[in-house]
Ligand binder design. Structure first.
Ligand code: SAH
Length: 216
């Protein structure tokens, strides 16, 4: 793979950013992060023309790279502060991971598909991103690395996994698309005490499912 990011890609990215603004993304730090990540390098070279369209796209293994609007929307909701410890469920292509890293946070990311885990663990460091990668089940989170300031789930969850609620710091925020059908409700949970959560539902999105019962 050639790791090229030239004026053409940068121009396309600027247009993508303008499109996101028009769709209502106003968080300048998030728009700057989107502008900094070479999304075309997360996709097959044959699909360059799709790299900067605001759509999701297949990345193999039946999975997708999230739509830039969705990535921007979720990243904004996390209310990230530099140095935050963030748990991400569903590494996939690593595009969302890269956007998080551009926000100056520490990322712990989990993927259950070995192929994607291997591919992305190899790719991201080549692009200068060094999150901590884990091959495992997002429903369980990472008890050994908890607590986290923020938790981001990038697959549609039928319910909010209890382990992820536990692993969130008091005062922390979880962003998770909830629903077991075709569409999920983007949901924000703010942890107000050891057992208390304030829940806000925003709007519907479409994600690939957060899968359970993997045969290990
Ligand atoms: N954030 C990704 C989008 C990934 S799509 C990106 O920007 O490209 C959702 C990902 O969640 C897929 O890669 C899928 O394999 C993964 N996934 C599904 N169920 C999971 C689980 N239980 N634990 C961890 N990852 C899971």
């Amino acid at each position: 793979m050639t790791m090229k990011d030239d004026y053409k890609h940068k121009g396309l990215r600027r247009q993508l950013g303008e499109g996101l603004r028009q769709k209502g993304i106003t968080n300048e730090a998030v728009l700057k992060a989107i502008d900094a990540v070479p999304r075309h390098l997360f996709m097959d070279a044959a699909f360059l023309e799709f790299a900067y369209k605001d759509t999701a796209f297949p990345i193999g293994a039946g999975q997708t790279i999230s739509q830039p609007y969705t990535v921007a929307f979720q990243t904004d909701l996390l209310d990230l502060k530099r140095g935050d410890k963030v748990l991400e469920i569903g590494t996939g292509s690593g595009y969302q991971t890269a956007v998080l890293m551009e926000m100056g946070v520490k990322v712990f990311t989990i993927e259950r598909q070995k192929l994607l885990y291997d591919k992305t663990k190899n790719l991201l460091p080549q692009l200068g991103y060094a999150p901590k990668f884990f091959y495992g089940d997002g429903y369980k989170g990472l008890p050994n690395y908890a607590p986290f300031d923020k938790v981001l789930v990038t697959a549609g969850a039928p319910f909010v996994p209890e382990a992820l609620k536990e692993q969130l710091k008091v005062g922390g925020i979880m962003v998770i698309p909830v629903g077991s059908g075709d569409v999920q409700m983007m949901t924000v949970l703010q942890k107000t005490s050891e057992s208390g959560f304030e829940t806000t539902e925003l709007k519907q999105f479409r994600f690939v499912p957060l899968l359970e019962d993997k045969q290990w």
